[in-house]
Design a protein around this ligand. Structure first.
Ligand code: ZN
Ligand code: ZN
Ligand code: ZN
Length: 375
């Protein structure tokens, strides 16, 4: 979690989130939630320990009870300064005592708990040893929509992160691509994201020429050439909330085929965006974007889901994917990012973050979706 500045929310906001989370857990038949350091803990409490360690830090949420944060004594002063500290009880433990025994006393020994996805196995196994009848399920499995609906302040933080990513794109499109390595352009993108306020850069994909046909290409040593399509996909965290945008640029004049493929992806992205409205299913967004690509004859080259949620992380539920019937709700924020990937040749992806409004969708990314020609 290094470099993840907690977003500035009040103790009341954190109290409300914890109360709602415990209530949602109860509705799902859980005895409570166990949350280790990571995005769920930041969102619930505002507490982002400087490092995840082998010493147990664990938030225990149970309906009708005050939240308790089990925390190493040496980190308790930091925890007490977290935005949500006033909304919870700190239960500190010192080296030489057994934090799992302390935690076990807070739990229903036969209960089923939702456990944050990134909880270390070390901690969970020790807890299960202390309470052999305890049942555990992954938090994202049990409550996938826990963080999915953003409040207006969160939407504005996501909009600000998107605006910063857009500012980075407006700069990078003026820089030289031809003759430089992908990793040099990637380093420029990372620097620009930081310059425009990001505290953490999660990824800077620069997929030139045939590398663009691999959606998660590792930005590498390939030298970008005239005639290359270049997929740019970059993002990170600004003030605790994520950005993630893709644009595909071309070095010099594109061919007719390159223009056509880019036009298809742009139309698919538009169709996906237009499918966003309250009550539509997540899979409707995927279907709308995919239909455009399939009708144009490129269906087999669109090889990933259309989108993913974003919030205090850059990838989270809800997922815009076939089979996901979850209805869209105002405040949900996610990417719409169709692509076409022609193996050995080039790829095109266009990605915006979109939020669901009362009557449709609002794009948080705002740079042109026309193909940008670079030098
Ligand atoms: Zn070309
Ligand atoms: Zn992306
Ligand atoms: Zn994305």
């Amino acid at each position: 979690m290094t470099g993840t500045a907690p977003a500035p929310f009040t103790a009341d906001v954190h109290r409300a989130r914890m109360t709602r989370a415990a209530g949602t857990a109860a509705e799902a038949g859980l005895a409570g939630l166990l949350v280790a350091p990571g995005p769920d803990l930041v969102w619930l409490t505002g507490y982002a320990p400087p490092a995840e360690t082998e010493r147990l830090t664990l938030l225990v949420l149970a309906p009708g009870r005050d939240p308790v944060l089990v925390v190493p004594a040496l980190e308790a002063p930091d925890a007490a300064r977290a935005a949500g500290a006033d909304a919870l009880t700190l239960r500190d433990w010192t080296d030489g005592t057994d934090p799992y025994a302390i935690t076990a006393e807070l739990l229903d020994p036969r209960g089923t708990y939702g456990v944050s996805d990134n909880t270390w196995a070390l901690h969970l196994l020790a807890l299960q040893k202390a309470l052999p009848d305890l049942s555990c399920v992954a938090l994202t499995e049990a409550l996938p929509m826990l963080r999915a609906v953003k409040d207006p302040a969160e939407v504005e933080l996501l909009a600000a992160a998107a605006a910063a990513a857009d500012a980075a794109f407006e700069e990078i499109r003026t820089m030289r691509f031809s003759g430089r390595r992908e990793r040099e352009v990637g380093a420029d993108l990372a620097e620009l994201l930081r310059r425009f306020g990001h505290s953490r850069v999660d990824f800077t994909i620069v997929g030139s020429g045939p590398n663009g046909a691999n959606p998660h290409h590792e930005t590498g040593d390939r030298v970008i050439e005239p005639g290359d399509m270049v997929v740019l996909d970059f993002g990170g965290l600004k003030d605790g909330y994520g950005s993630d945008t893709s644009r595909t640029v071309h070095v010099g004049e594109p061919t007719e085929e390159e223009r056509r493929v880019h036009d298809v992806v742009r139309a698919a992205q538009q169709a996906g965006f237009e499918a966003v409205r309250p009550g539509a299913a997540c899979q409707d967004v995927d279907r709308a974007a995919r239909a455009v690509i399939t009708e144009a004859g490129y269906g087999e080259y669109f090889i990933h889901r259309t989108g993913h949620g974003i919030g205090v992380t850059t990838h989270e539920p809800p997922y815009m994917i076939e089979g996901e019937e979850q209805p869209l709700v105002p405040g949900m924020c996610f990417s719409v990012e169709p692509g076409i990937y022609l193996p050995g040749r080039f790829g095109v992806r266009i990605e915006d973050i979109v939020t669901v409004t009362e009557d449709g969708g609002r794009r948080l990314n705002d740079t042109t979706r026309d193909m940008v020609l670079v030098d």
